[in-house]
Each structure stands twice: as C-alpha cells, then as structure tokens.
Design a protein around this ligand. Structure first.
Ligand code: MTE
Ligand code: MO
Length: 209
C-alpha cells in the first residue's frame, strides 16, 4: 500500500509539473464510482438512442445501428469535482462530430442536454460538446464499460468536470435555450471547467455573500 502511494505521488508530481492536474485535484490510480441512485437495467435488444431538437433530422438508432457509425479511440485525462483526476485513460466510442453531421445540427443549437436512463441529465454549451475529444463511449481500457461506469453507453467530455459525462445515456437534445441538469440544478457550476475550478455555482444570495 505504501509502495502504491509513493508511485501515485511520483506520477502526481510529474503530472503537476506538466500542468495536467487542475488546481485542487489529486491523482488517483483507481477509478472511483459516483452514481446518484442505482444502475438502470438495460436490454440491448430493445435499447435505442435518440437525437432531437435543433437538428435537420431527428434520428433514432438501435444499439447495432449506433455501433455502425464511425468510431474513434482517444486517450484523455479526466477530472471529478470531488477532487480526483486520472491521466491517460483510453476510451472508444461513436465520434460525436460524425453523429452531428448525420442529424444536421442547426446553427440555432446553442446547448446540448444529455438524457439518461434513470432520469439524470446534464447540460453543455454546444462548443464544448461538438469537439474532437467528445465521444459516445462504450469501451474503457479495451473492455465494455461496466454498469458502474455507465454501461452500455456514456458521453465522454473530458475537458469539463466528470459529472458532465453522462452515464447510461439514451439521448441528446439540441436546444436554443440552456436547461440546467441534475447537478447543475443542485448547486454545481453550470459550466464546470476544471482548470478554472468551476465547481459550484456562485452564491447569488445577497445575505450570504
Ligand atoms: N446517468 C448518470 N450519469 C452520471 C452520474 C449519475 O449519477 N448518473 N454521475 C456523474 C458524476 S457526479 C460523476 S463524477 C461521474 C462519475 O463517473 P464514474 O462513476 O464512472 O467515475 O459520472 C457522472 N455521470
Ligand atoms: Mo461527481
């Protein structure tokens, strides 16, 4: 255990030097699980994925249909608001830019809301979402994503705190207006850039300033 932690601290120091650990974060080597509620059950034979809102064509895919879309593998660092970061994680999934082309995301779309089984939602500005580091991920470190980490599919948006990466995702809504999601309504920051430490919403209440 001590040997383990000295390895961890060594890597953490190196990553800090390289500017890869955002302020207030520490490196973890083990992947924590953070889910509000249980893991929703799913059955890939009747699972579907929907895209609607500010798109030229609303679309719905079966699991096999979605898996037939262009795929991509990436290596990224991830950062959770509960203060852990992981470096060099490997993910494979549907290339979000290819999916965006297929549905024809309109210029009127300013936000995207990810909708999950179980009711979890999270909102993102379109420019953070339609980017080359964003996936609909089904594979983590070469293996199917486990139920705890969002099986069968999660969004992966590594540039924002990890609550913006929606597990058990079933649909994407492109919207002209912002729609704060589960944690965003619960006091988390609406944007969530880890390098700016956008953890919690600024307190708006005069009496508590
Ligand atoms: N559907 C769903 N997605 C979710 C959550 C959740 O509770 N439900 N938790 C979020 C939070 S707060 C975090 S930190 C990450 C945790 O992902 P992990 O459990 O794979 O580490 O998932 C995010 N996505
Ligand atoms: Mo979180």
């Amino acid at each position: 255990m001590f040997k383990d932690d000295s390895t961890r601290r060594e890597l953490e120091n190196q990553m800090k030097k390289e500017g890869r650990i955002p302020p207030g974060q520490s490196l973890t080597l083990k992947f924590p699980v953070l889910t509000y509620g249980g893991n929703p059950k799913f059955d890939l034979t009747n699972w579907d994925f929907k895209v609607w809102g500010e798109v030229d064509t609303r679309m719905k895919w079966t699991w096999d249909g979605l898996m037939a879309l262009p795929q991509k593998s990436i290596k990224v660092d991830i950062h959770c608001v509960t203060r852990w970061s992981m470096v060099d994680t490997h993910w494979t999934g549907v290339d979000i830019l290819e999916l965006a082309k297929l549905v024809g995301v309109r210029s009127s779309a300013k936000y995207v809301i990810a909708h999950c089984d179980g009711g979890y939602t999270t909102n993102l500005p379109i420019e953070d979402f339609l980017d080359d580091d964003v996936l609909l991920a089904h594979t983590y470190e070469g293996e199917p994503i486990t139920p705890d980490h969002g099986a069968p599919l999660r969004t992966l948006v590594p540039k924002l705190y990890f609550w913006k990466s929606a597990k058990f995702v079933r649909g994407l809504e492109f919207s002209t207006v912002d729609k704060p999601g589960f944690w965003e309504q619960g006091g988390y920051h609406n944007h969530g850039d880890p390098f700016k430490e956008e953890r919690y919403a600024p307190r708006n209440n005069f009496f508590f300033r």
